[in-house]
Design a protein around this ligand. Structure first.
Ligand SMILES: [Zn+2]
Length: 412
């Protein structure tokens, strides 16, 4: 599967080729022990843009069992910010879609630990979560959220219809962009949705990534980075049309898409406006991606120049947040433990391990506060506002931040 020799668009089968390569890349969330280093898995991280359907995608994606291995555990509910985000998401679905419907049924793809479905459960709304990670699904079930541990497919959609009936709303957050077989998902959605049902999903947004040169959105799990125009075209063969778009600030810039069976609801004027905006941003043109590549190269050169200068001055630099995104940055740029002493992270499962590929030690957050470094490299840049607010004492002690999105900058 996904051999380099058969490089065709995952949506429309047009031959495609990579416009750049980020080089040999490990699994973004593959934090590992020193003993595991010799067996570390690498693949080539290279994105392509399909000139026919406009889909931004990875040429090669590792097998799912390499990415979601046994100790993979990302529990959505560990972030207060994300809890609030999903509460708002759930409330908007109840108000804008479900209100007035008799006994509605909601399905969420990739429902994680139930961070969103719990709000439907609390109101007694019929719901079903589909979560392939067994350990994560178990957490949801313990909280009383109906969850099945499976991958969504047209066959599973048929089973759900047989048991529960068709869905009023199918939801997904940061899930669709992970699934290489998006066409299978779309076919399943088509079967599961009521004639007046809606599919609502959100994912990191291509327009933001291009505008901010936030190339760290590109890693193994994100096989697609969507735009309104690519989503519109990808779902069209399944009789689903784009009826609304709602920009989100999550993950450094995301977009929420609402799709519905063709002709079932009028499209919001926001759809037309977003498509126009994407046209003027050049998201349909190959040159935009060559410019993006140049911007990535310039960002890499500037970051490494900064880190090399600090190293020459014997300054202590510590990474802040062992994010999946940071794996692309450290490996593409060539950041090593000689530049970054360790990465501070609050996730216990990552502590004591090494960062994928670059092998920078990950240490508990307390090590950051115990003896503040001279500089902190902010890998969790999408939470910059919250973090700067939390770390006032670091800056008061003379510490400085290094960021690289939208440009490499040092500030206090
Ligand atoms: Zn295509």
């Amino acid at each position: 599967m996904n051999q380099k020799s058969s490089v065709h668009c995952r949506i429309c089968d047009t031959p495609i080729e990579a416009f750049m390569s980020f080089g040999r890349m490990p699994i973004a969330n593959g934090f590992l022990t020193a003993e595991e280093v010799s067996e570390e898995y690498f693949f080539e991280l290279a994105p392509a843009f399909c000139g026919n359907c406009g889909m931004f995608q990875l040429i090669e994606q590792p097998q799912p069992d390499k990415m979601f291995h046994g100790h993979y555990a990302f529990y959505s509910s560990t972030s207060r910010f994300m809890q609030l985000h999903f509460e708002n998401f759930a409330n908007s679905v109840m108000k804008d879609v479900l209100a007035g419907r008799a006994d509605p049924f909601v399905v969420e793809l990739g429902s994680n630990d139930g961070i969103m479905l719990r709000h439907f459960n609390d109101r007694g709304i019929r719901h079903l979560g589909i979560e392939p990670s067994v350990n994560v699904a178990d957490v949801a079930r313990r909280h009383g959220i109906h969850t099945i541990s499976s991958f969504f497919s047209p066959a599973l959609a048929e089973d759900i219809v047989a048991e529960h009936g068709k869905a009023d709303a199918i939801l997904a957050a940061n899930v669709m962009c992970h699934i290489a077989d998006l066409r299978g998902i779309a076919a399943g959605v088509q079967r599961l949705l009521k004639p007046d049902g809606v599919l609502i999903f959100e994912d990191p947004y291509l327009g933001d990534m291009i505008a901010k040169t936030s190339y760290d959105q590109i890693y193994d799990e994100h096989v697609f980075i969507f735009s309104a125009s690519s989503v519109k075209r990808a779902f069209d063969p399944y009789d689903l049309e784009l009826a609304d778009v709602m920009p989100q600030i999550t993950h450094g810039g995301s977009m929420r898409y609402l799709l519905a069976p063709k002709g079932s609801r009028p499209a919001s004027p926001r759809v037309h406006a977003q498509l126009e905006k994407e046209r003027s941003q050049g998201l349909q043109e190959a040159e935009t991606y060559l410019r993006f590549r140049q911007n990535c190269e310039a960002s890499r050169a500037r970051l490494m120049q900064t880190l090399e200068e600090l190293r020459a001055q014997d300054k202590r630099v510590v990474g802040y947040g062992a994010t999946s995104k940071s794996t692309t940055v450290t490996n593409y740029c060539g950041v090593t433990p000689a530049h970054v002493e360790f990465i501070s992270d609050t996730t216990p499962i990552k502590q004591g391990k090494l960062s994928p590929g670059a092998h920078i030690p990950v240490r508990p957050y307390i090590e950051f506060t115990r003896q503040y470094p001279d500089y902190a490299l902010l890998f969790a840049w999408n939470h910059a506002a919250e973090i700067r607010d939390k770390e006032k004492a670091f800056v008061a002690a003379g510490g400085k931040w290094i960021v690289y999105v939208p440009e490499v900058k040092v500030f206090s």
